[in-house]
Design a protein around this ligand. Structure first.
Ligand SMILES: [Zn+2]
Length: 136
């Protein structure tokens, strides 16, 4: 999955603004085929409220998820990834993140603000990381 630098900058700004709480959203974009993972490019960051307002957890409101899906469809985009920030922990899924990652068709990206800024994305199947990409 490719994430252009200007979108990475947006994610960093959003994460820093919402710190010390976790921030979250979707990464929308285009994909050439359903199965192939290599050609996907993120074209938009879609902010969603972290309804937990917590430094250690995040949740999306179902109405926001529905609105995001509707917005993506209206622009011919797909939800490529679910992303959130880890203001004070590394860029890897927590136990809870693994447990809640229930969609094997999207990636899960985590932007860490701990020890510099790091952005990795993961594919998670049945609570296990099966693929990791380093973006920053
Ligand atoms: Zn997390």
């Amino acid at each position: 999955m490719k994430i252009p630098q200007e979108i990475i900058n947006e994610l960093i700004n959003q994460a820093q603004q919402d710190a010390p709480n976790e921030t979250c959203g979707y990464l929308l974009g285009l994909t050439s085929t359903e199965e192939e993972n290599t050609d996907i490019v993120v074209t938009e960051n879609y902010w969603m409220e972290n309804t937990d307002h917590s430094p250690e957890h995040f949740s999306f409101a179902p109405k926001d998820q529905f609105a995001a899906l509707k917005y993506a469809r209206s622009k011919g985009l797909k939800i490529l990834a679910n992303w959130h920030s880890h203001p004070a922990s590394p860029s890897r899924p927590s136990e809870e993140d693994l447990r809640l990652a229930n969609d094997p068709n999207i990636r899960y990206a985590i932007l860490s603000l701990q020890d510099g800024i790091h952005l990795n994305s993961f594919r998670i199947i049945n609570g296990e990381v099966v693929d990791k990409e380093v973006h920053l």
